[in-house]
Write a protein that binds this ligand. Sequence first.
Ligand code: NAD
Length: 409
Amino acid sequence: MSNPFQNAMTQLARAFSVQSFSQTVIDQLMQPNRQIRVAIPVVMDDGSTRLFEGYRVQHNNWRGPYKGGIRYHEQTDIEEVKALAFWMTLKCAVVNIPMGGGKGGITVNPKLLSARELEALSRGWMRTMHDVVGPKKDVPAPDVNTTPQIMAWMADEYAKMTGDFSGAVITGKPIENGGSQGRGTATAQGGFYVFDALREKLGLPLVCRVAIQGFGNAGSHAAELWTRAGHVFVATSDSKGAIYCEAGIDPKKLEEHKKATGSVMNFEGSTNISQQDLLVCDCDLLIPAALENQLTKENVGQVKARAILELANGPTTPEADDSFFERNIPVIPDILANAGGVTVSTFEWEQNLKGEHWSEEDVFKRLKEIMAREAQNIFDSALARKTDLRRAAFIVALDRLETAFVNKK
Ligand code: NAD
């Protein structure tokens, strides 16, 4: 399995080869400002005490406080968190929000914990990190396997430790605890606005057959949004398996099925396929919405989709990127396609700091404006430089980061 941080550095070098930037800027972006590893003790239900490894990587804050989610996964390690923090720096610059890049995590399979153990672990992460995060320093958020409930526990723990009850230390909270309207669907919604702005330019049909890897937060909302807009949701997968249905899958019914059975598999009217088959199935648009390193040199040649939209972070390796570019299959990169999540997170932070609560209509209006504008900007930049959308997105971000750095000197 390729190392996600090395992949991220390859992406950086590739952008640098299209347009040069100050070497000082590039050197500093190749190293996170700070990497924190902690041991979190949790008293388990059987009375024993277990130690969990937790992380926070603060990559860069030239443009604002560090910002980025917290991931709970058994394969999460510091290298993965470093890569995710780096992409956050670039992503916040791509959508031009006043935030830097950070990311956190815990090496754990949360499905093996009871609700009480999960709460103790989440509060433990915040207890050990409370002096390095903060509304003006570093603002975490949800990521894989972390939920609004977990954000509420963490916000509460921070308030108890510091006396700051504004909630602005963490985003993705439940609405009742200072969360923003639209945060739950924001990642998928932002991806949809990008798709909508670029569909025709990328030569995609009016009605697309859409396959989505991962039916979690990002993936299930994407299924609903694309279906609502008249596209056909033909396939999806989760950690247990995958399904395909040429006539289209009803995302709401699939959601109920997943709740009842714990998986998307065996959904009525669909055929079970393998997780690998999902990536190469017959479709117009493939949306990876699970984990890194899914489209690789091993499977890229068999991908039938006409375009890829990365809701997941880092799902395409640099070798797969090359192959897609040669085959004229556009890849709408993660740092643009999934930036809706951090954008609405930043709206939440702003509302908490100002003591405001914006309507869903207002949130989505602001989000659409940003996503459509930056999608167009990156598309034009790729066209002008005869390069791919990823390099173009990096160049837009690096330009903004370099300016922020120079202005500070
Ligand atoms: P999630 O935990 O809600 O969902 C992940 C989904 O992927 C689950 O359905 C899981 O079963 C599935 N999955 C895991 N392993 C798989 C495999 N091998 N094959 C197929 N499916 C598999 O997480 P999420 O929040 O939806 O995040 C998904 C991706 O989107 C991540 O890369 C994350 O970093 C990225 N992302 C999320 C947000 C957000 O706001 N949630 C924002 C930006 C980017």
